[in-house]
Design a protein around this ligand. Structure first.
Ligand code: UDP
Length: 332
């Protein structure tokens, strides 16, 4: 396999690069390093089958040139994290819409297959007990950045789907549900690395709202191999498939668990949503995946418990005792 990974220096992208190299693939990473970091690829730096290109998916000619040399594209580059979306709405829209169109168009020209990373955000406020792929999308006004992000990702999916219908592009879409693991930064909003860093630094754990909102966190180690397996499965082309974890938790319970697993004495504080994200922000109360389709297609069976996920992040940060106490506090 000759693979192009857009966003390959990001959290999920870099784990995917590790996995592809281990499978023997030749990998080109395209990343603009806006939220990703070269340090995420330290483990594979200098690998003979890896090439790193700094650049944007908005650069049509560059995307075209790199795609022409590959047979498989994993399109993960996107504006990610609630804080990024809220703080840079226009840039996020452009990246998520034009960027994806560039990638799909380049793949069509090259005859490459594509995996498009989408998100559980597309389901919006639907809080069903296990969202399957046919679940309705319940979105607020598109003028609210959170929902404009969901709208853009929904259009990305549609574009990939239509490229398949119209041009025969082999495209699979994955909807990722709160994927977490080592290398994920809390800088752009993601709650698990934020809580872990806060706990390790002895700072207060900041729960937004009242902490009764619920999520189901999935391990990057479960999700990444499934992405590759899905693209290999022809019956997964032309459809969107949920990927995520299996263990639901309230954010309050998550904060308590992080405190216990890090042995931290940090207090837990409650921050109003307006203070965290600005006026008019809407959170969803619950988001739980139904991963039955992935199970039927590729035997997907996520195995990492929430405790194991938290522990893997704590360990990657050097464990409770080794953390750099002098590190700058989180400012988001
Ligand atoms: N959250 C929190 N404290 C933080 C960051 C996030 O309580 O420091 C909450 C956030 O409001 C949401 C949940 O944790 O209810 C998950 O947030 P994240 O941004 O990780 O994912 P998403 O909102 O996309 O599910």
């Amino acid at each position: 396999m000759r693979a192009l990974v857009t966003g390959g220096a990001g959290f999920i992208g870099s784990h995917l690069v590790d996995h592809l190299l281990a499978l023997g693939a030749r990998v080109t990473v395209l990343d603009d390093l806006s939220t990703g970091s070269e340090a995420n690829l330290d483990q594979v730096k200098g690998h003979s089958q890896l090439r790193f290109v700094t650049g944007s998916i908005l650069d049509e000619r560059l995307v075209d040139r790199l795609t022409a040399e590959t047979d498989t594209v994993f399109h993960l580059a996107a504006a990610v994290g609630v804080h990024t979306i809220v703080d840079h709405p226009l840039r996020s829209l452009r990246t998520n819409l034009h960027g994806t169109e560039n990638v799909l168009e380049a793949a069509r020209r090259a005859g490459a297959r594509v995996l498009v990373a989408s998100t559980s955000e597309v389901y919006g406020k639907n809080d069903a007990d296990g969202l399957d792929e046919e679940a309705d999308r319940i979105l607020g006004s598109p003028l609210k950045s959170r929902w404009s992000y969901a709208a853009a990702k929904g259009l990305d999916e549609l574009m990939a789907y239509v490229y398949g219908q119209q041009y025969g592009l082999e495209a699979a879409i994955v909807r990722l549900f709160n994927v977490v693991g080592p290398r994920q930064t809390g800088r752009y909003g993601m709650v698990v690395p934020r809580f872990v860093d806060q706990a390790l630094r002895g700072e207060p754990l900041t729960i937004y709202g009242d902490g009764t909102q619920r999520r189901c966190f999935g391990s990057v180690y479960d999700v990444v191999p499934a992405m590759v397996a899905l693209l290999d499965r022809k019956s997964a082309h032309g459809r969107a498939v949920n990927l995520g974890g299996f263990q639901e938790t309230s954010i309050r319970a998550l904060a308590e668990r992080v405190r216990e697993l890090t042995g931290s004495a940090s207090e837990i504080v409650y921050v109003p949503y307006e203070e965290a994200y600005g006026e008019g922000y809407e959170d969803m109360q619950r988001r739980m995946p139904d991963t039955g389709l992935a199970k039927r297609l590729i035997g997907y069976a996520p195995s990492y418990s929430l405790d194991e996920i938290i522990t893997s992040i704590v360990a990657a940060r050097g464990g409770p005792r080794l953390v750099d106490q002098a590190a700058a506090p989180l400012t988001v």
